[in-house]
Design a protein around this ligand. Structure first.
Ligand code: ZN
Length: 490
């Protein structure tokens, strides 16, 4: 048996003003052709699970591409170029294929395309017709439309945030596809949308109400004989018509009733999904009171490059510099212009520097740094050590660590969020030597740091991945929606 495999994932923050070119989208290392298999096998990424299932089932894989990113809206040219790595391969093998397993995100938006997943599935269906089984593993932040669920035979959302179960869920998706391809089962996918926006800050699935929801879904799977059930939290920073939380069920029969039942279970717990936010100053006040030994992480949620933000926001770094507490490190700010400037000098030299604040005003004014000492320069290359992304190569471009008073600042060239200690390590810094560690990420950093930090204090300054959803002007999401509107009914 033969299956077309791939992973084309994009999570779009439509409130960001920029667009993302193919070169920017693939800058951190997209995989194409045979590399998709050789570089992904054994990893915790979507392709890792797909490959594992195919090996077990003795299924031949026809690879296409593998890449994921969170950023502003993609250019049309970027989408066309990515599809050039999928559609011609699909066309060449269409008469030999027994199925397609294509991991997508669910919150992809491109110029003129509000529902990127639907667009990709329509292109695939136009080649293979409506009979060939297609399964789609997806991100928990997917805004999944009714039409997308219709075009795919099976939609499988991951359950964990941080996303530590990508390979596990894509494995289930591929194993299910194998059964469909062998004609052992026929499956349907039903989706029920909730009038509910969940800010990514409250989406941590170790916290209530998610363990209870996941246990309820598992109970439904067992009692009703379903194949799979997922809660998509949705991505509220994409202002599109299908932006909302939803429940998706894959089953041989009874998918609709089960999805409705689970959706009501989630709806009854909506009050637990409201966010509360701390400013950088409030976060530092709490950090200074912490008595536990070890390092304290203050994470910037509202300039999260993983939520499509530039990563050069200055609100939190400004507060860190103002406090100037011994043992402070900021890892990292994304500013290619500043990194280039630092790289004109050698370690040990001192420089004046304009840092950050080069994108949108909401992220804060640029910082004027005086007489910073250059500690180290490096190429920004490493492999992730986080359970979410273990083994994934990362390229931050020209990277440097500079010191201003008591504060070490890591400056990188490519926008990315911090998943683990590697961005510190490549600059020669061991975070265990520090007390106050600031980074830009909403939840994914917890996969690595969750059981290592003495305390984690999220802060939410103005930005485009803030949990204060009322700060956005929405045009396309269906209203009324909780928690923005009063008296929302489901
Ligand atoms: Zn996600």
């Amino acid at each position: 048996m033969k299956v077309l495999v791939g992973h084309f994932s994009h999570e779009a923050n439509t409130f960001a003003e920029e667009t993302v070119s193919f070169e920017q989208y693939t800058a951190k290392g997209a995989l194409f052709g045979e590399d998709v298999i050789t570089q992904s096998e054994g990893t915790s990424l979507y392709m890792g699970g797909i490959i594992k299932a195919c090996r077990e089932e003795n299924i031949d894989m026809i690879p296409t591409c593998a890449y994921s990113s969170a950023a502003p809206v993609l250019t049309r040219e970027c989408v066309d170029k990515m599809l050039e790595t999928i559609l011609p391969v699909c066309r060449a093998y269409k008469d030999e294929l027994d199925g397609i397993c294509m991991a997508l995100h669910g919150a992809g938006v491109a110029e003129g395309i509000d529902d990127l997943e639907l667009y990709v599935l329509k292109q695939l269906r136009s080649i293979v017709g409506d009979k060939l089984p297609i399964v789609v593993p997806m991100d928990l932040h997917g805004n999944v439309s009714e039409e997308t669920a219709k075009l795919a035979n099976g939609v499988f959302g991951i359950r964990n945030y941080p996303h530590t179960d990508k390979a596990d869920i894509s494995y289930i998706a591929m194993k299910t596809l194998a059964r469909v391809m062998r004609k052992e089962i026929e499956i349907e996918t039903k989706i029920v949308h909730l009038p509910l926006l969940i800010p990514i800050s409250t989406g941590l699935t170790a916290n209530a109400p998610f363990p209870e929801i996941n246990a309820y879904m598992d109970k439904q799977i067992a009692e009703r004989g379903l194949i799979y059930a997922s809660l998509f939290q949705g991505f509220p920073y994409a202002d599109v018509a299908c932006s909302s939380a939803s429940v998706c069920v894959v089953a041989e029969k009874g998918a609709r009733e089960a999805a409705e039942d689970i959706a009501h279970f989630v709806w009854e717990r909506r009050a637990q999904l409201r966010a509360n936010s701390l400013s950088p100053a409030e976060a530092f006040d709490l950090a200074e009171k912490e008595t536990k030994e070890g390092y304290i992480i203050i994470n910037d949620m509202s300039d999260n490059p993983g939520g499509g933000c530039p990563g050069d926001g200055t609100h939190l770094l400004r507060e860190m510099l103002k406090r100037n507490l011994p043992g402070s490190i900021f890892g990292f700010i994304c500013d290619a212009v500043a990194a280039e400037e630092i790289w004109k000098h050698r370690p040990g030299e001192k420089i004046d520097l304009t840092l950050g604040g080069r994108h949108e005003k909401i992220f804060g004014e640029p910082l004027e740094i005086k007489s910073a000492e250059i500690i180290s320069l490096c190429d920004g290359n490493f492999r992730h050590n986080s359970p979410n992304t273990f083994g994934l190569p990362s390229k931050l471009g020209k990277t440097a660590r500079i010191r201003c008073g008591n504060v070490d600042i890591i400056v990188a060239s490519v926008r990315a969020q911090t998943f683990d200690d590697r961005p510190f390590m490549i600059t020669g810094a061991d975070i265990r030597d520090y007390r106050y560690v600031c980074l830009k990420s909403t939840q994914h950093f917890r996969g690595f740091f969750g059981d290592k930090a003495a305390a984690i204090i999220p802060c939410d300054p103005p930005g485009l991945s803030t949990s204060n959803l009322a700060s956005f002007t929405y045009h396309k999401i269906p209203r009324p929606v909780y928690p923005l509107d009063e008296n929302v009914e489901f």
